[in-house]
Design a protein around this ligand. Structure first.
Ligand code: HEM
Length: 413
């Protein structure tokens, strides 16, 4: 064998790393340590995913911005080169109707227009007093309840679940059902048949609710979609799947940010003090942006496929190649955020990519911002002595989901 190789130039191709990459147990809030050298030395490189395919991994902030707004980069998950997150997603790609999450312009633009209105800043901002009442009520209950408590179940999950249920017109009484099934859909390690059953249960639930709302409209998003179905602007099936996407995305992500953000702040007491003592809403808003950047909870890479050859830097991404954008790597890119590994609530961080970038940037970002501003702006004032009730190294982190977070957050005061 050695003889057969003698005389050949050493293979210059570095080995292909597996993705997603493990985090360091000692730094559970930081991105996987292997990402930093990759971003610095091979910012556009191939990685190996669960099915053995080798899409490109894009880690620099600037490269992500260029590619996520490039019309040759597609979100069409029926393309054979699309780098699916797991077997379930691969299996359902051809059976799912075309939605904002899997289309490109001009279809994406048309579909997004049909769901945009309820999430515009002005309409979301009008919800601030209602969100404040929800947060105040849950905090009152916490103060009257057991100490220590699990912040995830006492506050982080109920806030966004109550808000998205109210916005969509879904009865909050069904929250255990929709939280459990959303968890299964979003957990990339769940067997395909279980994920299929969970998304089927959510679709059946929304199907019935949407039919009721179409027949007897109320003041909520499902009824608004019912009106669009009647006007021929979207089909019932599209609206059901859109409702499922909003219900799932609308609570799990924000819940994770509330609990993981609180953990990050408890680990950085000097930063927590800045937030607790802030009088200016702009300081709270800036803190939310920095926590979104620092934690980047959507951690398993957003996914696309190249429709044509694309030259970028010294690389050529071929037509049909899969693309993964690691948002945490971009948000810790020191070219975009000096000393990116430092949590600094006073830094201008609004150009982070925690909500993605380009046409598919998060539909619910104004809502998420509002909820986080109200929670972070209230919680630490009402609990000035809030602290962890268990050491951080005893906390269980959720690695296998679309979002990265804690499974429970025991706190005391
Ligand atoms: C802290 C909370 C949240 C984070 C970090 C987050 C993150 C993201 C990210 C990274 C994307 C881009 C996906 C891609 O480009 O492939 C996205 C898209 C999306 N998000 Fe969020 N999200 C949050 C809250 C919400 C909420 C509250 C809703 C409520 C409806 C929502 C609904 C959506 C939808 C429907 C899309 C797809 C948009 C499109 O493809 O055009 N998200 N989100």
């Amino acid at each position: 064998m050695a003889d057969a190789l003698a005389g050949r130039a050493p293979d210059a191709t570095p080995p292909v790393a597996a993705y997603p990459m493990p985090r360091a147990v000692s730094c559970p809030l930081a991105p996987p340590p292997a990402l930093q050298p990759l971003r610095d030395e091979q910012p556009i490189t191939k990685v190996r995913i669960w099915n053995g395919s080798t899409p490109w991994l894009i880690t620099r902030h600037a490269d992500q911005r260029a590619l996520l707004t490039d019309p040759r980069v597609s979100n069409d998950d029926r393309d054979p080169g699309f780098p699916y997150v797991n077997a379930h997603r691969a299996e359902i790609a051809h059976a799912t109707p075309r939605l904002i999450t899997n289309t490109d312009a001009p279809e994406h633009t048309r579909l997004r227009r049909t769901v945009n209105a309820p999430f515009l800043i002005k309409r979301i901002e009008a919800m601030r007093p209602a969100v404040q009442r929800i947060v105040d009520g849950l905090i009152d209950d916490m103060l009257d309840g057991p100490n220590p408590a699990d912040l995830l179940t006492a506050l982080a999950l109920p806030v966004p679940s109550l808000v998205i249920a109210q916005l969509l017109g879904v009865p909050y009484a069904d929250h255990e059902f929709f939280q459990r099934n959303s968890n299964l859909v979003l957990d990339n390690s769940v067997p395909a048949e279980e994920a299929r059953a969970a998304s089927g249960a959510l679709a059946a639930y929304l199907d019935t609710l949407l039919a009721e709302k179409t027949a007897a409209p109320d003041a909520d998003v499902l009824s608004e979609m019912g009106g669009r179905i009647k006007a021929g602007e979207m089909t019932h099936r599209e609206a059901v799947h859109m409702g499922v996407a909003m219900l799932i995305a609308g609570h799990e992500t924000t819940a994770t940010m509330i609990s993981l953000g609180t953990l990050a702040l408890l680990e950085h007491p000097e930063q927590l003090a800045v937030l607790r003592d802030a009088e200016d809403p702009k300081v709270i808003a800036a803190a939310v942006e920095e926590l979104l950047r620092y934690l980047t909870i959507v951690h398993s890479g957003i996914r696309r496929v190249a429709k044509e050859d694309i030259e970028i830097g010294d690389r050529v991404i071929g037509a049909g190649d899969g693309l993964l954008f690691d948002l945490h790597a971009a948000n810790w890119d020191s070219e975009a955020f000096p000393e990116a590994d430092r949590l600094d609530l006073s830094r201008p961080a609004r150009h982070h990519q925690a909500f993605g970038y380009g046409p598919h940037q998060c539909l619910g970002q104004s809502l998420a911002r509002l909820e986080l501003q109200v929670v972070y702006g209230t919680l630490y004032r009402r609990f000035p002595t809030l602290r962890l009730a268990a050491p951080i190294d005893r906390l269980a982190f959720h690695h296998t989901g679309t979002t990265y977070g804690v499974r429970c957050l025991p706190v005391t005061w």
